[in-house]
Each structure stands twice: as structure tokens, then as C-alpha cells.
Design a binder for this molecule. Structure first.
Ligand code: TEU
Ligand code: CA
Length: 544
């Protein structure tokens, strides 16, 4: 697929996602914060990151760790002050790093002033949200929430409000022009402070067509009334033409449940909506409809999915993990014997695909899922809500424990392991979430001193990508391969690369294309000629 001719800065960027609560704590309260992030800017620069996507740092009661915003124009005091945030933006800028913020506009916190005024009966603010009376003593409709249970909660006044996520996250009414104006004002506020873009949270569910009952589904009954509606496309077009296009931004949408056809409508350049988006199909490669019920992971299926999205989107945003997903070595790699090889392979894969690569904090050192002993170690609101739903379905404790521990979003939220000290260099206090015991060998300090580490492989791969026209703007084409091996070419006018990914723990025979191995996660002495070793990643350049 040809690269677009209009060059935008983000098309050559590498983005690093920070989940502030878990990144680095500067004041010993056990919670990561903005001064902590500032103290690690050199580390990120050295890694080769161009852009930081900061998960929410706005004022919030923190029931969903900041995805429940109570004031869009203030900083959560747990994370620091507005001065800290301004300092972060300006220091990063001086180092050539841009900051993207998370824009959470499907809902606010129930502690937001707007919602509080609405609860108190202020008509203006009641229309910012969805308040409805029950129907014959029942909820206004049968919709389900993303976090399990009903999407409606009853107020003290006896009516109900809509929330697609937790009951602490009431949905905004995007039919109301005042809501549009308020949020545009919020965007301008941050853009004037020098923010370089937004990651738009749950953006494809913001506009509800109707509040009619939905077709019954095991998960998300009601979704046909709000997923990717025409009204959502119209809102994105307006945001784009009225605000985003006035600044040089990168706008990436988080779009759950998108199909390729819909993704194109949301992100093709000519449509003037999003610049790019996150699809989820590869995250669900091992799920049986609902992520809590897993089936065996099959690399071939992952390959088919990635290949499909490489061909369909103009500029995909590629990622293998984020704050809502389990760690990629657990998901697609190996946490035992091939931990290191598979983490390097996943790095190579993510950074070789066409599009914008996203790296999630800790991924670059091969962090693994949390080693939680029981449900009491888990803090995530989603996990607790699902536990309640499973209880209602009479799932026994041991089953609930098993299903939730292996899938909980907290698996990716354990504090970043900076060194092997008691609290992994994350905090001098009590960490808010249990730190993994494998900090003893999976940590930034140890890995930066070892040139064969995962961290050093990331640096190498990032450096390689930066200097490669094929990886930055070249075409993509899949090449025939044995099962569970992903081979593709990336080609620009001056460079042709063959990318080899063995997604298994076995040797795999291969057809060798190209002339020179330019990058590999195995040393020359260890490699085979006509086969790939377990989880081997190889780039072969071809003379053209
Ligand atoms: O997630 C939106 C979303 O679609 C979720 O259902 C996501 O797929 C789920 O967390 C996976 O288990 C965004 C944020 O990324 C998430 O952290 C927030 O909790 C959510 O919005 C509500 O703001
Ligand atoms: Ca702190």
C-alpha cells in the first residue's frame, strides 16, 4: 500500500504510553506522579521515544485511575500540580519529545461539578447527561455496561442515569451543543499549553442514536444504538475541521469492536476524522467472545489478523499491550525459557509493521503479568465489577479467581521495575499495587548494563527503524511462510527488507530471501541458515 504524499510529523514517530500511577513515584506516597515522569525523560530520550501518550492526569477521584475526570482543567493532586504539568510539557519539548494527552469525553466522573449540579436538579446540567425515569419499575432500557452489569444506576431522586462504564462514570449527552462547546473549550485549554495530540478514549461510543432496548447479547446489549453512529462521525469531522486541523496534531482514537470497514470510515485521511486508531481484533485472538473466557492462542490467527489490518488501514496504530490488556509476553510470547527471545521478537514485530508503533511502559524491559495471589491483590474497578457479575452467575470462588487473575487489567498496571531494590526503584513508600517479584532480574538498571538485554534490543530496533526508509514509509506485503511464522516485506524506493518472525518455541524451516541479515535476536554463532530458532526475529536486507 502506498504511503501518503502529505507528510505529517507523527507518521515517523514512536510513541511511548505512560500510565502515570504506575510509572515513577517522586514523593514516596506509593503513587507515580508527574515529577516522577520528568525524572525519567532522559531515559525515554535515550530509548528513542518521540512522543509520550500520557494516560489521564486530570483531577479525578480515581475510581478508574483517572478515566473518571472530575475537572478537565486541573491536575490530580496525587500526580502533581499544573506547574508540574507545564514543566513536563516544556522539558519534554526541549528534548524533542511531544506529549499527547488522553481525552476522555464519553463520560465524566460523577464527582464532576456538572454531574453534581445535575443531581441537585439544575436543568441545564441535567441535559449534559442521560437521566431517565424507570419503565414500570424497571431500568429505562436493557443496556449492559462494558464493566459488567447494567448501564443504568438509580439516583436518590428515583430516576436513573446512563453509564457505559462504571457507575462513577456517567455518560455525557453529545446531542447537547453545550457539551460540545465545553469539551472544545477543554481541548483548546490543553492545546494552548502545547499538547501535541490526543488519544481519544472510547471515542466510537460517544454518540447515542436512541435509548431503545437493544438486541440481547451476552456482552454489551444495546451496542447497536451507539457504536460508530453517524452522529459520532459528524462530531469527529467537526472536531477536526474546527479545532484539530488548526494545530499540528496527532489524533488517535480508541475504538473498541471496530471492523476494518468502520475503521476506514473513522480514520481514512480523506474523511477528515481521526488520524489513526487502535483496533482490538488481535487482542481478542484468544478470547471466546468475552475476554474473561479464553481459548488457546494460535499464532497463525494473530498473523492473519495483523496482516488484514496492515492492508486495510492507511496508518494503523500498532501495539501489543496497553493499560487495559495483559502483558504481551504472557499473551503472545513466553514467560519461561524463551522470555527474553520472545520479548525481543515482539519488539521487532511491533516496530516493523507499517504505521505508528506504540510501546507501553515496562514492555521495553519485558515486564510480565502481575504475580497476584488472590482477588484481594487486585484493585481494578472492572475486575471487581466482573467478579460481582460472575458471583450472580454462581461461579465458584476458585473459578472467578482464575478467570480474573489471568485477564485483569491490573496485570499491566504493576509498577515499572526500575531496579532490583525492595520497591523496584518505583517508590520509597508503599506501592499502590503489588510489585512483581521478578524485579530481581527484570528491571531497567540491570538491563541497561547488559548489552544483550531486552531493553538494549529495543534501543537497537528503534534506532534501526529511525534510519530505515522502508520501515518508516515503505509498503507492506506478506510473504508465504510455514504456519505460525510471519514473514513480510517492507519496501521503499531505496530499501527492501524481509522481516521474519517465528511466533513459536520451535525451530521453523524458512525460505531465505534477501542478501544480508541486518538485525537478529540470536547471535551469528547461534543462528541456523535455513531455519529460524524459537521466537527468532530477523531482518534481512536485499540489494535493490
Ligand atoms: O477503555 C474503553 C474500552 O473500550 C474498554 O472496554 C476496554 O476495551 C476495556 O478496558 C478492556 O477491558 C477506555 C480506557 O482505555 C479504559 O482504561 C477505561 O477504563 C475506559 O475507557 C473508560 O474510560
Ligand atoms: Ca507520588
Amino acid at each position: 500500500m502506498a504511503a501518503s504524499s502529505t507528510k505529517k510529523w507523527w507518521k515517523n514517530s514512536i510513541v511511548y504510553q505512560i500510565y502515570p500511577k504506575s510509572f515513577c513515584d517522586s514523593n514516596g506516597d506509593g503513587i507515580g506522579d508527574i515529577p516522577g515522569i520528568i525524572s525519567k525523560l532522559h531515559y525515554l530520550k535515550d530509548l528513542g521515544v518521540d512522543v509520550i501518550w500520557l494516560s489521564p492526569v486530570y483531577q479525578s477521584p480515581g475510581y478508574d485511575n483517572g478515566y473518571d475526570i472530575s475537572n478537565y482543567k486541573e491536575i490530580n493532586p496525587e500526580f502533581g500540580t499544573m506547574e508540574d504539568m507545564e514543566r513536563l510539557i516544556s522539558r519534554a519539548k526541549r528534548m524533542g519529545i511531544k506529549i499527547m494527552m488522553d481525552l476522555v469525553i464519553n463520560h465524566t466522573s460523577d464527582e464532576h461539578e456538572w454531574f453534581q449540579k445535575a443531581l441537585a436538579g439544575d436543568e441545564k446540567y441535567r441535559d449534559y447527561y442521560y437521566f431517565r425515569d424507570g419503565k414500570n419499575g424497571r431500568k429505562p432500557n436493557n443496556w449492559g455496561s462494558f464493566f459488567g452489569g447494567s448501564a443504568w444506576t438509580r439516583t436518590e431522586n428515583g430516576d436513573y442515569y446512563l453509564h457505559l462504564f462504571s457507575d462513577k462514570q456517567p455518560d455525557l449527552n453529545w446531542h447537547n451543543p453545550d457539551v460540545y462547546n465545553e469539551i472544545v473549550d477543554v481541548m483548546k485549554f490543553w492545546l494552548e499549553k502545547g499538547v501535541a495530540g490526543f488519544r481519544c478514549d472510547a471515542i466510537n461510543v460517544i454518540y447515542k442514536n436512541s435509548l431503545d432496548d437493544g438486541k440481547k447479547h451476552l456482552f454489551l446489549t444495546g451496542k447497536e444504538h451507539y457504536l460508530n453512529t453517524e452522529g459520532c462521525h459528524e462530531l469527529l469531522k467537526r472536531f477536526n475541521s474546527e479545532i484539530w486541523s488548526k494545530y499540528k496534531l496527532f489524533i488517535v482514537g480508541e475504538t473498541a469492536l471496530v471492523t476494518p470497514e468502520i475503521a476506514k470510515l473513522l480514520s481514512d485521511e480523506s474523511r477528515g476524522e481521526l488520524d489513526s486508531l487502535f483496533f482490538f481484533e488481535h487482542m481478542d485472538v484468544d478470547s471466546r467472545g468475552v475476554k474473561w473466557f479464553k481459548k488457546k492462542y494460535r499464532p497463525n490467527k494473530l498473523i492473519r489478523i495483523l496482516d488484514k489490518w496492515q492492508n486495510v488501514l492507511e496508518f494503523p496504530s500498532n501495539y501489543l499491550e496497553n493499560h487495559d490488556q495483559i502483558r504481551s509476553v504472557n499473551h503472545f510470547g513466553n514467560t519461561g525459557k524463551y522470555w527474553e527471545k520472545s520479548a525481543k521478537l515482539l519488539c521487532g514485530l511491533n516496530l516493523s509493521l507499517r504505521g505508528v508503533p506504540f510501546i507501553y511502559e515496562g514492555e521495553e524491559i519485558g515486564m510480565t503479568n502481575g504475580d497476584f495471589r488472590g482477588l484481594r491483590d487486585i484493585k481494578d474497578v472492572e475486575s471487581h465489577n466482573i467478579n460481582q457479575s460472575m458471583k450472580k452467575l454462581l461461579f465458584v470462588h476458585s473459578l472467578r479467581r482464575k478467570l480474573i487473575l489471568r485477564t485483569s487489567r491490573d496485570n499491566a498496571r504493576t509498577p515499572v521495575q526500575w531496579d532490583d531494590s525492595e520497591n523496584a526503584g518505583f517508590t520509597t513508600g508503599n506501592p499502590w499495587l503489588k510489585i512483581n517479584a521478578n524485579k530481581s532480574f527484570i528491571n531497567v538498571k540491570t538491563e541497561s548494563e547488559d548489552e544483550n538485554s531486552i531493553l538494549c534490543f529495543y534501543k537497537k530496533m528503534i534506532e534501526f527503524r529511525k534510519n530505515s526508509s522502508a520501515l518508516n514509509e515503505g509498503s507492506y506485503r506478506r510473504v508465504a511462510s510455514p504456519s505460525d511464522v510471519y514473514i513480510f516485506t517492507r519496501e521503499s524506493s531505496s530499501e527492501r527488507l524481509y522481516i521474519y518472525c517465528n511466533l513459536t518455541g520451535m525451530n521453523k524451516p524458512i525460505e531465505v530471501y534477501g542478501d544480508r541479515i541486518v538485525l537478529d535476536n540470536y547471535d551469528e554463532e547461534e543462528r541456523g541458515n535455513n531455519f529460524l530458532k524459537p521466537y527468532e526475529f530477523r531482518i534481512i536486507a536485499s540489494n535493490i
